[in-house]
Design a protein around this ligand. Structure first.
Ligand code: FES
Length: 77
């Protein structure tokens, strides 16, 4: 949805699987992708290696750490 907002289209091109809230804006990494990787056994270091989240500005690191610790993310529904 995010990529569609400024696209010159009347409607989103296709409804893909719900990605959830974007946690890492630098690398466009969504909460559901992070949860899936963590459920597959990746730890925070492996997650950062795979998706690069947390490796640029670092502002998403607190949320990444909470997700990796199995905690709830503030603002999550
Ligand atoms: S928001 Fe994740 S590295 Fe910048």
């Amino acid at each position: 949805m995010r990529k569609w907002i400024f696209a010159p289209l009347a409607a989103p091109s296709a409804a893909g699987p719900a990605r959830g809230r974007i946690v890492c804006n630098c690398f466009d990494v969504a909460e559901n992708e992070i949860r899936a990787d963590l459920a597959a056994g990746l730890d925070l270091a492996a997650l950062t290696e795979r998706r690069k989240c947390g490796s640029n500005c670092g502002s998403c690191l607190p949320e990444l750490r909470r997700l990796a610790a199995g905690g709830m993310v503030v603002g999550a529904a």
